[in-house]
Design a binder for this molecule. Structure first.
Ligand code: AMP
Length: 399
């Protein structure tokens, strides 16, 4: 069986897949590691348990996960050796990792070198890898990078028009994220349409609490809206997306904001939350907009408008578009957002069928465009864990 883990600074999410990656035998989350109120929520089949206890480190979190997986009542394996490989979500692989890789000492060193590019995420990923390797030393561990899928972007898409040598020296460029999701959705779209991925010119909209778009031409990423870090592009739950960098200097010089305050503002106090003043959750924004809350309406309109502009830009970048795909929490569940994004894009061949759009919710996949539209619009639920498990199975020689 293949264990997939995703370590954040205070969380470990996990899923245990069957060897053929067709079923999930168990899954769960360790939350609030090193904080008060830490928990393990674990589910295997219809057995669900929550353990509340002090979890001071990721190491203790992993021990609890293994205990839960081995438990007679709510477990999923009878022997730790039933776990034959571990797949790790790794956030930032810079330009070093262009694909998933078996983890060895060199990979760890290279991941450490990428820490300055992802100071919050990569240390947590590294801790997770080390702790999981200690508990499961005899099986292959595989790293699957959020950035890797976008390494096919051409220089004109990933270069910032800043002094070239400076950027080169400090590895400043567009990297892009959500790559594992884009790769899964791109493959699944081709499968659903029964067409070779090489024929598809797709814009994929990954719209969750974090959101980004990718232009995927023939299965390869040619541009994406996030950059060096995870805040540019379209607005998100609490992140701003694109704005004029002059605002940073203005806030610093004229309004006496510190860089830390600006950083917090851009990451945690902007986006849907910042514009609406109410919530980072699209469900609340939609409800409040429907009840006449003007700033929620503005947040909704702005969100759709920013996405719409990227779709136009990416259609131009690829010299056309034949598939538009929505995924992640908002993309999979919000007919309103999908309708607003597609409204007015008839000139590109994008028109949607209202009934199909309304029905594509809660994990349903399918086509929502009008039958005569030249662009096929789809909803394809993402599954990053499955993509990680598939890569892990392949690299570990299990498939
Ligand atoms: P994710 O980060 O992919 O898990 O997406 C989480 C976001 O999806 C939440 O913050 C919500 O804004 C959004 N979401 C989930 N369900 C719905 C829904 N039924 N309608 C609109 N937005 C939703």
């Amino acid at each position: 069986m293949i264990l997939v883990v995703n370590c954040g600074s205070s969380t470990i999410k996990y899923q245990l897949f069957s060897q053929d990656v067709e079923t999930v035998a168990a899954k769960g989350t360790v939350a609030k590691i090193g904080e008060s109120g830490s928990t393990l929520e674990h589910q295997a089949g219809d057995q669900k348990i929550t353990i509340e206890q002090e979890i001071p480190s990721h190491g203790v979190g992993f021990e609890l996960i293994i205990d839960a997986l081995l438990d007679d009542e709510h477990g999923a394996i009878s022997d730790i050796h039933d776990i034959t490989a571990v797949g790790h979500r790794a956030v930032h692989g810079a330009d070093v990792f262009v694909e998933s890789t078996i983890i060895d000492e060199d990979v760890i060193k290279n991941l450490e070198a990428c820490v300055p590019l992802a100071p919050l995420h990569n240390p947590a990923n590294l801790t997770g890898i080390r702790q999981a390797q200690e508990l499961l030393p005899d099986v292959p561990h595989v790293a699957v990078f959020d950035t890797a899928f976008h390494q096919t972007m051409p220089p004109q898409a990933y270069t910032y028009a800043l002094p070239y040598d400076l950027c080169h020296e400090h590895k400043i460029r567009r990297y892009g994220f959500h790559g594992t999701s884009f790769r899964y959705v791109s493959r699944r779209t081709a499968e659903l349409l029964n067409r070779p991925v090489t024929e598809l010119k797709s814009v994929i909209c990954h719209l969750g609490n974090g959101a980004s778009l990718a232009a995927v031409d023939g299965g390869k990423s040619v541009d994406t809206s996030m950059g060096l870090a995870t805040f540019c592009g379209v607005m998100m739950g609490t992140r701003s997306g694109d704005f004029d960098p002059a605002i940073v200097f203005h806030l610093h010089d004229q309004v006496n904001f510190s860089l830390e305050e600006i950083d917090r503002m851009i990451f945690k106090e902007s986006g849907l939350l910042g514009v609406s003043g109410l919530s980072n959750d699209m469900r609340t924004i939609e409800t409040q907009a429907g009840e006449g809350h003007e700033r929620s309406q503005l947040a909704l309109d702005l969100f759709a408008y920013m996405i719409k502009k990227y779709i136009g830009a990416y259609a131009a970048a690829m010299g056309g578009i034949n598939t538009l795909v929505f995924t992640a929490g908002i993309g999979e569940n919000s007919p309103i957002v999908r309708q607003k994004v597609c409204e007015g894009l008839g000139f590109l061949g994008i028109t949607i069928d209202d009934t199909a759009n309304d029905q594509a919710i809660r994990g349903k996949e399918g086509v929502i465009s009008n039958p005569d539209a030249s662009v096929t619009v789809l909803v394809v639920p993402t599954n990053e864990e499955k993509m990680i498990a598939l890569d892990t199975a392949e690299l570990a020689g299990l498939k």
